[in-house]
Design a protein around this ligand. Structure first.
Ligand code: MG
Length: 413
């Protein structure tokens, strides 16, 4: 175990945390749901798994993290209703999915999103069965955004859990884990971070209760146990214990990440949780470049991480006008829906693909196109090059509309 942390910029740690999340999610994919010991150990980024993904494609963990990051950036504050709307858009329309559709969703998240009617802040169940790891897998953006105010970071980490997962085991684990990430951002050593009940706020856990099962883990259970007592299960406290075990017994991102995902079971999520901690502790430079460069939409994930790192959150209601967001963000975001820089047909095809699961009739598709068009128009000046981009955009959307029309009519027959 490395005795001291090496000096790194906060930016390296924030990028490491969020890119690390996507990397861990992606590395764990092939052995998700597989019993430990039933597969040859994972050694790299291969894709595959239950959803037959390509190498680099990520799952619900990263999609929800990006929805949360996008909300924090576009609201410039913690707004649970806005977060839930984005999660719902991912669930229903594949927003910020690596494949363009929501192909996996945990039961607790699904129940909360089905219950959400558009205005309540915390529809997540508070029953003990809702203590799944779905709130921990996406948590990173919250401590990253509020890293300069620890009390808000911890409070909003609990609230971020409560949108979908309300029991104390879930909220306490998110508060504890956010504290570890904040400690990493400040360059704390592994010994300090792994001391009993670490918090960046001194005496936090003396003044606040912690569920006993979590107290047992953060008191060092993982230092004494080994698999099969360490499990990569979907229960949030098991997942945290597995990640702390992998972090404690290795001294670099790669080994820790592989140790975590090779527990099998909920491997992509345990990988995503390790990725946040390992990336924040060892920095973005420590993530193997062959993994990082393979991650789908890396540029978008890096941009969201940079924006989150530079955020100076201000309490306000509603969204920051699109024109007031940073130019780089606007450009890459627009680019994400295609258009500005790359304008590749491949990218546009993925996001406008007439998938019947996303669009059940043409009016839904047209509404989406209008919304994106007005975002694009609002951010472009009227010079000739930009008019060309808009024209290109119109013609591509129109060709996808025809394909969708064809597919929907075949579906009716
Ligand atoms: Mg997943």
């Amino acid at each position: 175990m490395a005795a001291t942390n090496v000096p790194l910029s906060t930016q390296s740690r924030v990028l490491g945390c969020l890119v690390g999340l996507a990397v861990g999610d992606t590395i764990g994919i092939p052995v998700e749901f597989m019993p430990p010991g039933s597969f040859p150990p994972v050694t790299g980024m291969t894709g595959g798994g239950r959803y037959n993904l390509s190498p680099g494609q990520w799952t619900d963990d990263t999609s929800m993290c990006l929805c949360l990051a996008e909300s924090l950036i576009e609201c410039n504050w913690f707004n649970p209703v806005d977060q839930l709307k984005r999660y719902q858009r991912w669930y229903q329309d594949g927003h910020l999915s690596s494949t363009g559709e929501c192909f996996d969703i945990g039961k607790t998240v699904r129940t909360a999103l089905n219950k959400f009617t558009g205005s309540e802040e915390f529809p997540g169940s508070v029953g003990p069965r809702a203590a799944g790891n779905g709130c921990l897998m996406r948590l990173g953006p919250v401590p990253c955004a509020f890293k300069n105010c620890h009390s808000l970071a911890l409070r909003y980490s609990a609230d971020s859990a409560r949108t979908t997962h309300g029991p104390p085991a879930a909220t306490d684990t998110c508060i504890y884990f956010a504290g570890l990430l904040l400690g990493c951002f400040e360059g704390k050593s592994k010994e300090e971070l792994l001391a009993d009940k670490y918090s960046p706020i001194p005496d936090y856990w003396l003044n606040n209760t912690m569920v006993p099962e979590l107290a047992e883990v953060v008191g060092g259970s993982y230092k004494r146990k080994s698999p099969p007592d360490i499990k990569g299960s979907g229960y949030i406290i098991d997942s945290l214990e597995a990640v702390l075990w992998a972090f404690y017994h290795t001294d670099n991102f790669k080994d820790g990440c592989l140790k975590a995902v090779n527990l099998g079971d909920d491997a992509d999520t345990v990988g995503a949780i390790f990725g946040q901690l390992g990336g924040a502790y060892y920095g973005i430079e420590s993530i193997p470049s062959e993994w990082k460069e393979c991650v789908s939409f890396l540029k978008l994930i890096e941009l969201f991480s940079e924006e989150i790192n530079n955020l100076e959150p201000k309490e306000q209601s509603g969204l920051v006008p699109f024109s007031e967001l940073s130019e780089k963000y606007r450009n890459v975001k627009i680019n994400f829906y295609d258009v500005l820089e790359r304008r590749t047909h491949e990218t546009l095809y993925r996001f406008s693909q007439p998938c019947p699961k996303q669009y059940t009739d043409l009016s839904q598709f047209d509404e989406e196109v209008e919304r994106i068009k007005s975002e694009v128009q609002g951010a472009l000046s009227a010079d000739e090059d930009n008019l060309f981009i808009l024209k290109d955009f119109e013609s591509l959307w129109s060709s996808y509309r025809s394909k969708l029309q064809g597919r929907l009519s075949r579906k009716k027959i």
